[in-house]
Design a protein around this ligand. Structure first.
Ligand code: ADP
Ligand code: MG
Length: 698
């Protein structure tokens, strides 16, 4: 029997069970071996009741002091035990008379369960428990010769108990002992990494032996776990590299031009380019001069001037005789790009077409006509740009402002959209709103080259950030008053998301306007939110830019698309609700002029430990790369990248934060495999990423 045999080849697996296993994506015996425990329960030692903390899951022993039925909303059996250091309440909602009879005063118990906060003292709800023999010595703790000390827990599905999964895994492991599991990592590479072989690692993580180092295993740092994490990261990385190669073999328009359009643009700018902007532009131009599609990500902190770099690439493409598509994930950001590109390109005699889901039929038709005819050199818009009806004349470059909202698949779809009659693909440039930690970029964006704009334009002043409870709101309002009325500055007041509802957010902003107008009668206050019509938004923004409005109350829509150098104060309400990247992006709206700026992060009590850490990170640094690094540590990669990057959320054993140190080696080993053992790459990817191979099948 081989490991590729179906699960029904295991004893006890019939069609019904097989169907349940299939729900977990498990078909063959090998799949089961790679269905790894997501954590372990530690039943190796008895904890001291006096030192318990809520949230931990462990073994305790104690003597029953009282056991009573409590009547109330829900009838429950309450049993208090004590081990001489403290008391713990055991709570059972389901119980029978026999059970109650066993829990008499003086009886000794061993329990395993999760500790929770209770009304009077810490509790365990429905712990597993056994009565201890009052005479004899203690029964051994978990971990007999056959049972591991650490109990593995597996992701499971309805109708499939942990215990059954454990039994099945046992059988798969027996099969592993007889059959050969091909280790795609060359043994010489594994040896240099100091990690165990594949079969050994699998056996270890499924059934840690009695002498296993508990702390290392619980932390995911055991070499066996690291070996598997390494291989998993390698598979993901390879899958992206492979995708990249697949695109690289395509041809793309060669764009080699003198750059006279860019020269004209630069001559009209009121500032000079930063060194970093010039360097990144040169990287883009070098890519675009090649006969293969550019696949480049431009990263940089808020305000470093990414848009201008994108515009430079666009002009290069236009000068070479091609059209350019610029796509943004939201209406507001797309509108902002439209303004910028028109401002920069129309003086050069270029037309910019506009595509938005909200525009009328006639407007759409007019823009389409200009695009198809080739009169419009650029098209700016939202997803609407990539509907079937939008046809380009000669698309040569696609710019995507990603804002963490598109995933690998969306990127690919856009690229395909631009394939021309000769089968050539357009060049592609991705921009991210805020930096992504390097380690994350290496995994999530391994299909792209990365350029970093690591310099801000001169004259930017660092923003001073304070964190204040909203119980001191009146002081904050006063601060707005002195900034606007006495110092002639302008300010933003941002109302944050309420339960993900845009409507509620707008209502909160409307209420804030009423309240602030009352408190600050001598200020001109405007309101900006996502539900307003474009024209309305434009006129409010123009009034704020022109200084007629001193205070702009807004929803988080101003995260992007607002650039008013005289605004030097940013108030963010309920800042604890927002992620670090978003807060950093919002804060980036001030500090754009030469006056010193500040940002007030107001929070509502109680503040969670994580919320506190987030706000502290912002107070402590203005560096977007450092903030991104902390964000990754606080929230994990799924949140940082956004849910669309689902491929990364599905890591089985690797943890991008914990296993960061492995990534440089992953990159190196990937290179060696591709070069020396290319035939091993596809099966390795299939083993970890499944048949869909997630990124590769597009
Ligand atoms: P981000 O990188 O956050 O997208 P933007 O492209 O929106 O930043 O640029 C922020 C502001 O800085 C814009 O007003 C832009 O015109 C301006 N800017 C861009 N490059 C420079 C520069 N080299 N010197 C001064 N200002 C610049
Ligand atoms: Mg931008």
């Amino acid at each position: 029997m081989t490991l590729s045999a179906p699960l029904t080849s295991l004893k006890g697996v019939g069609p019904r069970l097989a169907e349940r296993l299939e729900r977990l994506g498990l078909r063959g015996v090998e799949d089961l071996l790679f269905h790894l425990p997501y954590r372990y329960q530690d039943r190796t030692h008895v904890a001291v009741i006096g030192a318990l903390r809520p949230g931990s899951e462990l073994v305790v022993e104690g003597e029953v002091q009282a056991c009573d039925i409590k009547f109330g909303k829900r009838r429950s059996l309450l049993c208090r035990i004590n081990d001489g250091t403290g008391s713990l309440m055991l709570r059972f909602f389901h119980f029978n008379a026999r059970q109650q009879a066993g829990l008499v005063r003086g009886a000794r118990l061993r329990c395993f369960g999760e500790v929770r906060r209770g009304a009077a003292m810490l509790e365990m709800v429905h712990p597993e428990y056994e009565l201890l023999d009052p005479e004899g010595g203690l029964a051994p703790l978990a971990g007999t010769a056959t049972e591991p000390h650490l109990t593995p827990l597996y992701h499971t599905t309805d109708g499939l108990a942990q215990k059954s999964l454990r039994q099945l895994t046992d059988r798969a492991l027996e099969r592993l002992a007889q059959a050969e599991l091909f280790d795609y990592l060359p043994s010489e590479l594994v040896a240099t990494l100091g990690l165990p072989g594949l079969a050994e690692a699998l056996r270890y993580v499924h059934r840690p032996p009695p002498d296993a180092p508990v702390a290392a295993l619980l932390a995911g740092e055991h070499p066996a776990q690291q070996r598997l994490a390494f291989e998993e990261l390698l598979a993901h990385h390879l899958s992206l590299r492979q995708l990249r190669q697949r695109i690289e073999i395509n041809s793309a328009p060669v764009m080699v031009v003198p750059g006279s359009l860019l020269q004209q643009l630069r001559a009209g700018l009121p500032f000079t380019l930063t060194g970093a902007q010039r360097r990144v532009m040169a990287e883009l131009f070098a890519d675009m001069a090649k006969p293969h599609p550019m696949q480049r990500l431009v990263q940089g902190d808020v305000g470093c001037g990414k848009t201008l770099v994108a515009a430079a690439a666009a002009l290069q493409a236009v000068e070479a005789g091609y059209q350019v598509a610029v796509m943004a994930p939201t209406e507001l950001l797309a509108e902002q790009h439209l303004r910028n590109f028109r401002h920069w390109c129309e003086p050069l005699g270029l037309q910019v077409a506009w595509f938005s889901g909200k525009q009328g039929v006639r407007e759409r038709r007019d823009n389409l006509a200009r695009l198809v005819a080739g009169d419009a050199a650029l098209a700016v818009g939202t997803h609407a740009l990539f509907q079937d009806e939008v046809v380009f004349n000669r698309l040569g470059l696609v710019v995507v402002d990603e804002q963490h909202r598109f995933g690998v698949h969306q990127r690919l779809a856009l690229r395909e959209k631009g394939r021309d009659v000769d089968g050539r693909l357009p060049h592609q440039l991705i921009m991210t709103a805020t930096p992504i930690p390097r380690t994350l970029a290496m995994t999530a964006y391994a299909d792209l080259d990365i350029s970093v704009i690591d310099e801000l334009p001169p004259g930017r002043t660092p923003v001073e950030t304070v964190v204040i409870s909203d119980s001191r709101r009146a002081e904050v309002v006063q601060r707005v008053h002195s900034a606007c009325a006495s110092e002639g500055r302008q300010a933003y007041w941002v109302c944050t998301l309420i339960e993900e509802s845009e409507l509620l957010q707008c209502q909160a902003a409307e209420a804030a306007v009423v309240e602030l107008t009352e408190a600050l009668p001598d200020l001109n206050i405007g309101l900006l939110h996502g539900r307003m019509k474009s024209a309305e938004k434009e006129s409010i923004m123009a009034a704020f830019k022109g200084g007629e409005l001193q205070l702009l109350v807004a929803t988080t829509v101003i995260e992007v698309g607002v650039d008013v150098p005289n605004a030097s104060l940013m108030i963010i309400e309920n800042a604890e609700r927002l992620g670090l990247a978003q807060l950093h992006q919002l804060r980036g709206r001030v500090g754009r002029g030469d006056v010193s700026s500040s940002c007030v992060l107001m929070y509502h009590k109680p503040l969670s430990a994580q919320g506190r850490a987030r706000l502290a990170a912002l107070r402590e640094t203005n560096d977007g790369f450092e903030i991104a690094r902390r964000d990754l540590e606080l929230r994990g990669p799924g949140e940082v990248l956004g849910t669309r990057q689902s491929g990364l959320l599905m890591l089985r054993i690797a943890d991008l934060v914990r296993d960061q140190a492995l990534l440089p080696q992953v990159e190196a080993v990937a290179g060696q495999l591709l070069q020396r053992w290319p035939e091993r790459v596809p099966p390795l990817i299939a083993r970890w990423l499944g048949e869909a191979q997630r990124y590769g099948d597009v």
